[in-house]
Design a protein around this ligand. Structure first.
Ligand SMILES: Cc1cc2nc3c(=O)[nH]c(=O)nc-3n(C[C@H](O)[C@H](O)[C@H](O)COP(=O)(O)O)c2cc1C
Ligand code: SF4
Length: 435
């Protein structure tokens, strides 16, 4: 069972001096409280005027890929001039089962996200805006939309669509397929959605957290945004943190914060998972000096992704955890592309065999080959699902190698065999239940 808390910055004199948290108030803020704190959305009354500020701020997307936001804004604005219309989409699908940050942000600060959506619509000249949500819209978001409509604050109407509870539902082409009335499945690019997206219109898809940061940059400027973070990766990001107690804590952290500050000093922990289920296992204590930024994490092939961080306690079997998550990821494949359709179930079954006892030597060799540098899965799908899954498996094989050897001899070092990493409700929790 996990709980979600908006944890104030721990040990955080430095964080508090930097003005964190920036995005998360302690309790849900209605429009009155939002306007009292921030004032109305600072429209520029000129398409494109915000883009230079966003470029100077260095804001990158918070949905997982850390793509520079100004480049997407500029591409959609340019394509819109040629095609005469554009669309903006706030992506709140939060399809990663371990992530809780977008849900919490939408509960606590819905008006910040909606300001960001309206401001991007102005920047790219959009007349159509969508909010795509994992859950049925909660009371906070419905109230925010109603209050804004009553005050005439929004320049364009916002259509809400609910995502199906599937891992791929938040991938941007899947989002657009769903908004267009079809199944939430990815499609091959190009054309990029910034060129031809919803209904053929150039479309901007941004994560809801990205939009909230953008709404603050529009008010306070790039220098303010850069007051925290690193020179190359400025600002803060929302993280969902699992400490050994297994509970989810959502916390806004400056980019560049030591992982130890977020995950603890590593005592009683065997490995950190960084970047969620498309992320990377890191051995502890070897990587204990790492910080929450892609420059630091990239040294071990990891990335911050959408900010899911987990500290796996020593008493759990990392191999079993990795096998369970990989089963889930394989089952979530949209089954449209050969390498993903055929490759992921085989990889998942092989990892499950290693997590049993007394695997065949050939299974380990196959798995190393299937997830190694020249594998036949990565880069071959319509979306990055196979790439992320293979990255997760590759790091598990490296970090849990001693456990693989133990399992080969019929020994598992776990003292607690309950599941640690969360999967969606209804998913099997034991290996036997997948078959
Ligand atoms: C399998 C998969 C699932 C994804 N799920 C989400 C999601 O739930 N929410 C999200 O914002 N982005 C998700 N993304 C990333 C989106 O495709 C897209 O890059 C993002 O919404 C863009 O917003 P950003 O640039 O503000 O991060 C996913 C990507 C992949 C490959
Ligand atoms: S790569 Fe896999 S998950 Fe992505 S679209 Fe193709 S089959 Fe579906």
């Amino acid at each position: 069972m996990t709980t979600v808390v908006n944890q104030p910055a721990a040990g955080g004199a430095a964080q508090q001096a930097a003005g964190l948290p920036r995005l998360l108030p302690a309790a849900p803020e209605d429009l009155r409280a939002h306007l009292a704190r921030y004032g109305p959305a600072p429209y520029r009354n000129q398409s494109g005027a915000l883009i230079a500020d966003i470029e100077a701020s260095g804001l990158a997307g918070r949905g997982g890929a850390a793509f520079p936001v100004h480049r997407k804004l500029a591409a959609v604005a340019r394509a819109g001039v040629r095609q005469g219309r554009t669309v903006v989409v706030a992506n709140g699908a939060e399809s990663e089962p371990a992530s809780r940050k977008d849900e919490l942000l939408l509960q606590l600060a819905p008006n910040l996200v909606l300001d960001g959506l309206q401001l991007t619509a102005e920047a790219v000249g959009a007349a159509e805006a969508h909010l795509y949500l994992h859950y049925a819209p909660g009371p906070q978001i419905l109230r925010a939309l109603a209050e804004r409509a009553a005050r005439g604050l929004d320049r364009i109407a916002v259509t809400i669509t609910q995502a199906p509870p599937r891992f791929l539902a938040g991938q941007e082409t899947a989002v657009l397929n769903r908004l267009g009335g079809g199944p939430a499945l990815p499609t091959f690019q190009p054309p990029r959605v910034s060129e031809r997206g919803l209904g053929g219109a150039p479309t901007l898809v941004q994560n809801v957290e990205t939009l909230a940061h953008l709404a603050l940059i529009a008010r306070y400027g790039p220098r303010w945004f850069r007051a925290v973070g690193t020179a190359t990766e400025p600002g803060s990001m929302l993280t969902t943190i699992y400490r050994p107690d297994g509970k989810a804590h959502v916390r806004e952290a400056a980019i560049g914060t030591p992982l130890r500050t977020l995950l603890g000093d590593g005592a009683g922990v065997q490995a950190w998972l960084v970047g969620g289920y498309h992320g990377t296992w890191l051995p502890v204590p070897d990587t204990a000096g790492f910080t929450l930024d892609n420059a630091s994490l990239g040294r071990s092939g990891a990335a911050a992704g959408a900010g899911v961080l987990a500290a796996l306690p020593s008493g759990r079997c990392g191999l079993t955890e990795a096998a369970r998550v990989t089963r889930y990821l394989a089952a979530e494949s949209a089954g449209q592309c050969g390498p993903c359709l055929n490759g992921l179930p085989r990889i998942a079954a092989a990892l499950a065999e290693l997590a049993g006892s007394g695997h065949r030597r050939q299974t380990l060799d196959d798995l190393k080959r299937w997830s190694g540098p020249q594998n036949l899965v990565e880069g071959r799908g319509a979306c990055h699902h196979p790439d992320g899954t293979v990255r997760f498996v590759r790091s598990a094989l490296a970090v849990f190698e001693p456990e693989i050897s133990r399992h080969a001899r019929g020994i598992c070092s776990a003292t607690d065999r309950g599941p640690f990493l969360p999967l969606p409700p209804g998913m099997p929790t034991r290996e036997e239940d997948w078959t």
